[in-house]
Design a protein around this ligand. Structure first.
Ligand SMILES: O=C(O)CCC(=O)C(=O)O
Ligand SMILES: [Fe+2]
Length: 367
C-alpha cells in the first residue's frame, strides 16, 4: 500500500448527485480508506471557500485579542455548554501539556431547545464587541461542515451496504452532537526544541498521540503538523490541500462497524522555532445525544479475517470503552466527568475512565 493518505474528490459526486454510479464509486473509496487508514482527505466539497477563509480570518483575529478579552470568555464561565476560550495548558494528552490555545464552539441552542441545559448544549461565547463578524462566520462554517458530515454519513451507509439513509436515521436523528474547536499552536522555543519540554529530553507536542472518541472528525488545517499512523505503523505527514478536509473515524464508529472501520492514532507536531503559529479547526461530528449505541447489522458483508479481528480487539483494548450499549450521551457524560465534577452521571457505566485531556474544571450546578 502506498504510504500516502487516500484523497477522495467529491466534486463529480456533488455535480451529479442523482447519479448512483458516482455515489457508489465514492462510497467504495471511502470504505477502503476507512477500513485501512481510518483517515482520508476530501476535496471538492460544498463548503464554500469564502466561508472557510472567513473562519480562518476570524480565528486569527480572535487569538490576537488581548489575554483579558479572551479570558472574559473562559470556557469555565460557559457552564455545562462547555463553550468558550480554552487557554494554553487547559488540555493534556497522557499527562503532558498540549501546546495550543483554543475556542470551543457548538451550534447555537436557544433556551427552549429540547436539550438546553444538557452538557455540551447551549449558547456560545464570542467576542461580539471586539469582533462582531466572528459569530456569524463561525456558525455558518459549522452549519456547512455539519451538512458535509450528513452527506458523508449517507455515503458510509451506501459503502457498508445498508439501506439508503440508514446510518443517518440510526445515529444522527434528530440532530448530531457537534463540537467544534479553533486551535492555535504556538511554535516551540529554541531552548525547548533542544532539551524537550521541562528539560527531560522528551519531545513536546501540539497534541500528543491519541485517537478520537466518537463518530467522525472533519478537520481543516492551515499548515503541516498533523501526523497519522499509517496502516504499516509509520508516522506519515498529512498534506495541506487548500479547501480540503481531513476526515477520520472515531473510537465508537470503529466499535459500531465491529472493527471494519479503524480509529487510528494521530498527533500534532509543534511549529518549529521562529515559524508562524499553526491554526487548525477540528469539528467533532458526533452521534445524536440519545442515539442507541448498537453494533451495525453488517452480516451481509464478508466477515473480518481472524487477523483483522485480533487487530480490532487490540485497538479496542486501548480505549476506555467497556461495552457497546446505552445511549451516546452516557459515553459523553462519563468522558467529560472530570470537567464537570458536579454533573449527575447516568446509572450505566459505559467507559472505564473519564478523559484526562481536559484539565479546566467547570464548576457548574448539576442539571
Ligand atoms: O490540529 C490538528 O491537526 C488535529 C487535532 C486533533 O487531532 C484533535 O483535536 O483531536
Ligand atoms: Fe484528534
Amino acid at each position: 500500500m502506498a504510504n500516502e493518505l487516500p484523497t477522495i474528490d467529491l466534486s463529480a459526486y456533488f455535480a451529479s448527485s442523482s447519479s448512483i454510479s458516482e455515489a457508489r464509486h465514492v462510497a467504495q473509496d471511502m470504505y477502503t480508506a476507512a477500513s485501512t487508514w481510518g483517515f482520508f482527505v476530501v476535496t471538492g466539497t460544498t463548503v464554500s471557500p469564502e466561508t472557510q477563509s472567513s473562519l480562518v480570518d476570524s480565528a486569527k483575529a480572535f487569538f490576537d485579542l488581548t489575554p483579558e478579552v479572551k479570558m472574559a470568555l473562559d470556557v469555565r464561565s460557559g457552564g455545562v455548554a462547555w463553550r468558550g476560550y480554552m487557554p494554553l495548558g487547559g488540555e493534556h494528552t497522557h499527562g503532558r501539556t498540549d501546546w495550543k490555545e483554543g475556542l470551543y464552539v457548538g451550534p447555537e441552542h436557544a433556551d427552549d431547545h429540547p436539550l438546553a441545559g444538557a452538557p455540551l448544549h447551549g449558547r456560545n461565547q464570542f467576542p461580539d464587541e471586539s469582533l462582531p463578524g466572528m459569530r456569524p462566520a463561525v456558525l455558518e462554517y459549522v452549519r456547512q461542515v455539519s451538512e458535509l458530515g450528513k452527506t458523508l454519513t449517507d455515503l458510509f451507509s451506501l459503502g457498508l451496504g445498508l439501506e439508503e439513509g440508514e446510518l443517518r436515521r440510526r445515529l444522527l436523528e434528530p440532530e448530531p452532537v457537534v463540537l467544534f474547536r479553533c486551535f492555535k499552536y504556538v511554535p516551540v522555543k529554541k531552548e525547548v526544541a533542544e532539551s524537550g519540554e521541562g528539560g527531560d529530553g522528551k519531545e513536546s507536542f501540539g497534541i500528543g498521540k491519541h485517537t478520537d472518541f466518537g463518530y467522525l472528525t472533519i478537520l481543516k488545517v492551515d499548515s503541516p503538523g498533523l501526523q497519522v499512523l499509517s496502516p504499516s505503523n509509520a508516522w506519515v505527514d498529512v498534506p495541506v490541500i487548500e479547501n480540503a478536509f481531513i476526515i477520520n473515524i472515531g473510537d465508537m464508529f470503529d466499535q459500531l462497524t465491529s472493527g471494519r472501520f479503524r480509529s487510528r492514532p494521530h498527533r500534532v507536531v509543534r511549529p518549529a522555532p521562529d515559524s508562524p503559529p499553526r491554526y487548525s479547526f477540528p469539528l467533532f461530528f458526533d452521534f445524536a445525544w440519545n442515539a442507541e449505541m448498537q453494533r451495525l447489522p453488517l452480516e451481509h458483508l464478508a466477515p473480518l479475517s481472524e487477523q483483522d479481528q485480533a487487530v480490532a480487539r487490540d485497538r479496542w483494548a486501548g480505549t476506555t470503552f467497556r461495552d457497546v450499549g446505552g445511549t451516546w450521551s452516557q459515553y459523553l457524560a462519563r468522558k467529560v466527568q472530570k470537567v464537570f465534577p458536579h454533573l449527575k452521571l447516568p446509572d450505566f457505566e459505559p467507559n472505564a475512565a473519564p478523559s484526562t485531556r481536559f484539565t479546566r474544571v467547570v464548576e457548574a450546578a448539576a442539571t
